[in-house]
Design a protein around this ligand. Sequence first.
Ligand code: SF4
Length: 213
Amino acid sequence: METYCNDCPRRCGVVRAAFWDEKKMPGFCHSPLQPVVARAALHQWEEPCISGSHGSGAVFFTGCNLRCCFCQNATISMGGTGVPITVDKLRELYGRLIAQGAHNINLVTPTPYKQAILASLAAPLPVPVVYNCGGYESQETIDDFKGKVQIFLPDLKYLDQNWPSATVLPKTIRKSPRRPSCACTTRSALMKWTTTASCGRASSSATSSCRAA
Ligand code: SF4
């Protein structure tokens, strides 16, 4: 049975392609259901509490549901850089990073691959899982990862409800439907069930911005 993708606030309602085909990728994120990974390596440049001394086990997924024009990983988020892999192979990548000493498995821009990643996490990992996203998430998706993810790392861009009309904002951000309220939804949903504390200063700052928006 065909299913229509509403996995993020874009709510594209399209039938996602099963496999990678650069010329035919329905949906704003331009991602297939099959995982596409651009890089998997120990990463030392996350927040210190995530990188620790050995590094975070970062898995960079190709595509993005935000596609900001200022993205520092544009070749990955919008340029199609990456290799299609199976769910079993994805699980193998986690194991390889853990064997190298990764303190955690850090899923970078995971939302478009929600179904495959949930399958890859069916069995618990021996280290925490980090959901490293743009904070543009649906309540349903956050709830689906409950018990699978221990640390959410939402990279919030802005939270002021009036900003989407400002001309200084990048076009792709202005066109993100309900971006500020979705960011607050993300925040509220996380506050309900995230048990692992995030860095204190970032956490309290985002909370006060949410109240002001
Ligand atoms: S995950 Fe991709 S296809 Fe699905 S609603 Fe979001 S942007 Fe659209």
